[in-house]
Write a new protein. Structure first.
Length: 389
């Protein structure tokens, strides 16, 4: 997560995506109001106008900046050095997305960069036809708004800050996907979000907090793909799960890529754009049905009880280690043993409600190789620590 937030219209309504400053999620609705939710973020409802997609303008003075692949416009007050950085970032993100999909955008995505939140609120009101109240709420809560129907991205420069490259890449994936399949095509929300997360990260889900949490959530059945089929489902579950939900979706899409390749998934999207359902398009790739994939992913238990170790020590000489995918609130026996120096340390910890526990080791131990082992019931995991002091 790493930060994304979107509100998407239902049926024939215009499709909008809202980027949350802290990588949250927001629900969309055609109703006038939504019930509040507890957790990481409250539910955010947007009344989206129906009808043909129209690119509106704003009375906020915006100046065109030359880029190769986008229509970039920025508000006065943003430093020139920052404008140059943004221009490069926008072009790089667009090029990255075009390379993944093997095609250019049908028209240049429009990126509007606002300086203060007040300008962002006015722009949201005028460009997206929001009410003044909705526009103000968006400005106080979100880093940007993406209108997939008109290929427009409006960004609050101060809110997004240094995460702009990832945010733009993530949202441009959504724009490209809708460019291919059509604004009203039905795709699993977990698939679209997972694909965008992979392109944003450009890695294989390294052992960071979100990735490990995602595997813990999956192993313990806290979140399942069949709970993330629609955007309403996605945002409802997000209120309970939080931003690791994006990493769960990315794990699923990585699993699909292992079967049919990234090119195969793009081929399936092209088929959807030609009128096929996503289920039919995926089955045509020859790796089984989508229903079977979802069932197997949700039922997977083979990665329960794992240890991840940070092999590079921190400034105090400690290596971080994380237990994950253990049963929630389970008691885990941990033993750290020196491979050749006779060191032995044993203690008991309790996993949190998501089956995780974090600790550190190394600053008070001699240099050398160590084994860290964890046992809880029938589960056993071990990993190596190379302590270089």
């Amino acid at each position: 997560m790493k930060v994304w937030m979107k509100a998407v219209a239902i049926g024939g309504l215009a499709v909008l995506a809202l980027l949350f400053v802290w990588r949250g999620g927001a629900a969309a609705s055609s109703d006038a109001s939504c019930a509040p939710t507890s957790g990481f973020v409250v539910q955010f409802c947007v009344n989206v106008p129906s009808g043909p997609a129209v690119r509106r303008d704003t009375t906020v003075p915006l100046h065109a900046v030359a880029t190769t692949r986008t229509d970039l416009r920025v508000e006065a007050g943003i430093p020139a050095t920052e404008i140059l950085r943004v221009a490069t970032v926008v072009d790089d993100a667009a090029l990255r997305v075009e390379r993944v999909f093997g095609r250019p955008f049908s028209e240049r995505p429009r990126v509007l960069l606002f300086a203060p939140p007040a300008s962002f609120a006015r722009g949201a009101e005028e460009i997206f036809d929001y009410s003044p109240e909705t526009a103000l709420l968006a400005a106080n809560s979100y880093g940007g708004i993406v209108d997939q129907a008109t290929l427009t991205i409006a960004v609050d420069w101060r809110a997004v800050g240094g995460d702009l490259p990832g945010v733009l890449a993530h949202e441009l994936v959504h724009v490209m996907v809708r460019d291919i399949v059509g604004r009203d095509a039905r795709l699993p929300a977990w698939f679209e979000e997972g694909f965008a997360t992979i392109i944003q990260r450009e890695d294989s889900l390294a052992d960071d907090t979100d990735a490990l949490l995602a595997q813990s959530l999956r192993a313990n059945g806290v979140v399942k793909l069949d709970q993330l089929g629609t955007l309403v489902d996605w945002h409802r579950t997000f209120a309970r799960v939080g931003r690791p939900q994006y990493a769960v979706a990315a794990l699923a899409v990585r699993g699909m890529e292992a079967r049919v390749g990234q090119e195969g998934l793009v081929e399936a999207l092209v088929a959807v754009g030609g009128g096929a359902s996503f289920e039919t398009a995926y089955a045509a790739l020859g790796s089984g049905t989508l229903e079977t994939f979802v069932e197997r992913f949700d039922a997977a238990q083979d990665d329960r009880g794992q240890i991840a170790v940070t092999q590079t020590s921190n400034g105090t000489g400690d290596h971080g280690w994380t237990l994950y995918a253990f049963p929630p609130n389970s008691v885990v026996r941990v033993r750290i043993s020196g491979v050749s120096n006779g060191y032995e340390l044993a203690f008991t910890v309790t996993a949190d409600d998501r089956g995780m526990f974090r600790g550190s080791f190394g600053s008070t131990a001699a240099a050398g190789a160590y084994t860290i082992a964890a046992t809880s019931g029938a589960l056993h995991a071990s990993a190596q620590i190379a302590n270089q002091r």
